[in-house]
Design a binder for this molecule. Sequence first.
Ligand code: MN
Length: 196
Amino acid sequence: MSFVQPPLPYDLKDLAPFVSEEQMMFHYGKHHAAYFTNLNGLVDGKPESELPLRKLVIEAPAGPVFNNAAQAWNHSFFWHCMSPGGGKAPSGEIASMIERDFGGFDKFKEQFSTAAVKLFGSGWAWLALDPSGKLEIMPLGNADTPLKYGKEPLLTLDVWEHAYYIDYRNARPKFVEGFWDVINWEFVNKNLKSPF
Ligand code: MN
């Protein structure tokens, strides 16, 4: 069995102007696709190829299998974190949790953006749920994910340069700013109930 890249939950052009169709063609069509190709090459014929991707991410030791499995999973999750009708303020349960744990949406927005902008090198800014039920902002390098720390991913932003190089060149802060216009808070709320 091999791992298959899931379809995007919208069209390549649908997140414009936050990210252009060309940017998505490269990010989804080349970078994300390559992690699946690489992963399948690494696990071909091995027992790991039979695991659900999420389980493989949790169980794989540091190394190429983990890197490619986690990058495959992280991106599939990331596409759902955005929606053409997204943005605005959070609603539902996540809104009250943000209020409780960060003292308001504006403070959360500032802390998450700072974490995303300051993350050194390549990586992901995550909002995760601690087993105690508390929200946590986790800036993690390369392919690293809250799943490795027993925490549930709720929201993520890819800050690898390949996520924004076509539209924003080197300007990560502008890319991070635009993310707030497309966040799919329904998906974030859904992750509180049923893990992706
Ligand atoms: Mn990426």
